[in-house]
Design a protein around this ligand. Structure first.
Ligand SMILES: [Zn+2]
Length: 317
């Protein structure tokens, strides 16, 4: 299955252990600015100016979809490299990864014949750019890192108008189902890079971040994007290796609350898939067979819409 195989590929690639080579003679660089932060977007593997411009536009749109409420990227600078490749993969972006060697860079392999429409409908770039909001968390924190990117890959696209909100919820649920279908295994923080644990790493991790986002909105008058933003502005070092316990403790400090670290301890040790019952009740999501039904009650609808609504300019501070 396309999505499953792509997730496995992305799961192996996403923690930043590989550096890509560069073809200096074929670089095409575009700078994306957001307040005092920048992303340099480089295209490698094609000289066609129209194609280069389209790929740069696509990357910029995906990167801007992940902009925090402050309107600044989480890191002061990061590098994006788009490499065109010949591939028979169904996906327009057969491979994506974020590397954290001396600097943070996002690498996206794009199928040479991928269309603008196919690329804008794909989740990989938003997933990879979402990784810029956390530090290098190592194998024990892989579920936190991949969970955050997986949680955001659909909801942020809905927020940016790249995906219909109902479809974002359907895809998030489909991901959770893949995680559940993987069955029990080692504790989340002990799975590391085991391939048979990939689905649980991605989607149990996403369940953690969904639970955090809902708890922040319900009990603390803030949101996950706001807390990640605050943390990025005070404390994020994109290349430093940070223990997962220290990252969640830093999020608690940034928000002035006791939430992330407490639930981290529960999630890190689980050997099954976490219950979605409480989150789904709050969101008004019910499963019927392979589908989901979204409640029309005003309260649950307002919460769902808050998670997929565009950021208001007033919220950008
Ligand atoms: Zn990833």
């Amino acid at each position: 299955m396309r999505l499953r195989s792509r997730l496995l590929v992305a799961g192996l690639a996403c923690a930043g252990i590989v550096s890509a080579s560069v073809e200096p003679d074929r670089r095409q660089v575009h700078i994306v600015r957001a307040a005092n932060t920048t992303l340099t977007v480089e295209v490698v593997g094609t000289d066609d100016p129209a194609r280069v411009a389209m790929l740069q536009r696509w990357a910029e749109e995906a990167a801007r979809a992940t902009l925090p409420p402050s309107g600044r990227f989480p890191l002061g600078t990061a590098h994006v490299r788009i490499r065109e490749i010949d591939s028979r993969d169904d996906s327009p972006v057969p491979w994506g990864q974020t590397s954290r060697d001396d600097a943070v860079s996002v690498l996206l392999y794009v199928r040479r014949d991928a269309t603008d429409e196919e690329l804008r409908a794909d989740w990989t770039a938003v997933h990879e750019f979402s990784h810029l909001a956390h530090p290098h968390l190592g194998d024990r924190g892989r579920w936190l890192a991949e969970g955050l990117a997986s949680y955001h890959q659909n909801l942020l696209r809905a927020r940016a108008g790249l995906l219909a909100p109902d479809e974002a919820w359907r895809r998030l649920d489909a991901g959770f189902r893949r995680g559940e279908a993987a069955g029990p295994g080692p504790a989340l923080d002990a799975i590391g890079r085991r391939r048979d644990g990939t689905m649980r790493v991605y989607w149990a991790g996403a369940a953690y971040w969904l639970e955090m986002d809902l708890a922040l909105r319900r009990d603390h008058g803030t949101t996950l994007p706001e807390v990640l933003d605050r943390h990025a502005r005070c404390c994020l070092d994109g290349t430093a290796r940070v223990m997962p316990e220290d990252f969640v403790a830093a999020l608690d400090r940034a928000a002035g609350i006791d939430l992330f670290a407490r639930r981290y301890r529960d999630y890190a040790g689980i050997t099954t898939f976490p219950s979605l019952d409480q989150s789904y009740r709050a969101l008004g999501i019910a499963r019927e067979g392979d589908a989901i039904v979204l409640s029309v009650s005003p309260e649950t609808r307002a919460l769902r819409e808050a998670l997929t609504a565009p950021l208001r300019p007033a919220a950008r501070r």
